[in-house]
Design a protein around this ligand. Structure first.
Ligand code: FEO
Length: 394
């Protein structure tokens, strides 16, 4: 892919990573990703906004050569994570006069993470601007998107917002702008769920900050750009502000079929009561899909057999992940089976202290579920349906 012009003197110079399938050694990337970097030339100065993952640094350097960039004054680092900042040292080496522009906190992190020398930095305060001559970059501090040092860069004259991870989507595509809103909605929601959901209240504040800027284009650092910004801003509003919906998420593991039988019975019972259920077998599920489902769900019911006196390790992993993601859940329960005893409920609830949920009566079956267990599952389905109704969850 060659550099691509967005406006006269403003170019996309990023890299597309079609084959990457895992991020942070944790997050599945079913559709690859891109690391978007942008070159902004003013009448007097030139700035590069974010760089690319260090595995693709030569792609960025080639783009700068193709555009015959001989002088670079500023490298704007909206975020210190390596997929955007990791090529800054290589760019600074190529352009010895260039300065890194970032928040004071980001400066410290880039010194720690990338060993960049202190004299190479210009730290900017919230709403501070830098003139490129006939163009102005305004820096908007927007912490916790999804690290504490993050900021957004706004190119005033062209009304382009460069928000880095904010409004981004892990999606490798040749499309410069969103063409398939359904596909981008799914990818952006997955990204929100995986890294921004834990910071929902600060995301709300950052959405308010963005409201002040007239925006023609949102140019994130992953996925296609938004030339109809309302689409993604409205989606973020709904994820960050909306009450949970009439949805139950059921992540589970079954070793010999007892827990699976209970899960299937409960899912049917909930569906009969008008509740939407999303069922995930943790032995095979894409953890990103599970995270996405937690954005909207009101209730989680975890299904697990008892293994070595506690929950199955895959279930423990999902519980720890849910605890870290802090979804806006209201209710939770635990179902499953055991052979002779154990402390499954105590251990699982102890793994999720961040979830401010009401725990509904767990149902644990000794061996394969029997009539009394099915009755208890019916009672649990009744309780969930009633709680959802009481809270007017649509
Ligand atoms: Fe795309 Fe937080 O890095």
């Amino acid at each position: 892919m060659k550099p691509r012009e967005i406006r006269r003197g403003v170019h996309w110079v990023g890299a597309i990573d079609w084959d990457r399938r895992l991020f942070d050694a944790l997050i599945p990337l079913p559709d690859g990703t891109s690391y978007n970097s942008y070159l902004v030339r003013g009448s007097e100065k030139t700035a590069l906004i974010d760089t690319v993952d260090p595995t693709m640094e030569e792609v960025l350097i080639n783009h700068l050569n193709q555009l015959d960039v001989r002088n670079l004054d500023y490298v704007v680092a909206n975020h210190a994570e390596q997929d955007h900042a990791g090529t800054i040292p290589r760019v600074l080496e190529k352009y010895p006069q260039a300065k890194v522009v970032c928040t004071p906190k980001c400066k410290g992190m880039l010194i720690d993470l990338l060993l960049i020398q202190e004299e190479r930095f210009i730290a900017v305060e919230d709403k501070e601007t830098i003139s490129l001559g006939d163009r102005t970059l305004e820096f908007i501090h927007a912490p916790w998107v999804h690290w504490p040092e993050t900021m957004l860069t706004y190119l005033r004259e062209d009304r382009i917002l460069f928000p880095c991870d904010f409004f981004g989507s892990h999606l490798a595509t040749t499309d410069l702008y969103v063409t398939d809103e359904g596909q981008v909605y799914e990818a952006a929601k997955r990204y929100y769920a995986e890294i921004m959901m834990p910071f929902r209240t600060t995301i709300q504040k950052n959405l308010e900050k963005v409201r002040d800027c007239p925006i023609d284009i949102i140019a994130p650092s992953h996925g296609p750009m938004h030339d109809k910004p309302d689409f993604i801003v409205k989606a973020y509003h709904s994820w960050a502000y909306d009450e949970p919906k009439n949805i139950v998420v059921v992540p589970y593991i079954s070793m010999h079929g007892s827990t699976r039988k209970m899960v299937e019975y409960l899912v049917e019972a909930l569906a009969q009561r008008g509740v939407t259920v999303k069922q995930f077998d943790l032995a095979v599920t894409d953890i990103g899909k599970l995270a996405m489902s937690l954005v909207d769900a009101a209730t989680v019911v975890i299904g697990t057999p008892t293994v070595l006196a506690g929950p199955h390790p895959n279930v423990a992993y999902a519980a720890l992940l849910a605890n870290a993601l802090r979804p806006n859940l209201k209710f939770a329960s635990i179902i499953g089976s055991y052979g002779w005893g154990g402390r499954t409920v105590e251990q699982l609830t102890g793994m999720m202290p961040n979830l401010k949920v009401e725990l509904l009566e767990p149902v644990l079956s000794k061996g394969f579920p029997k009539e009394a267990d099915f009755k208890a599952l019916d009672n649990l389905a009744d309780a969930i349906a009633e709680k959802h109704k009481e809270h007017n969850l649509a």
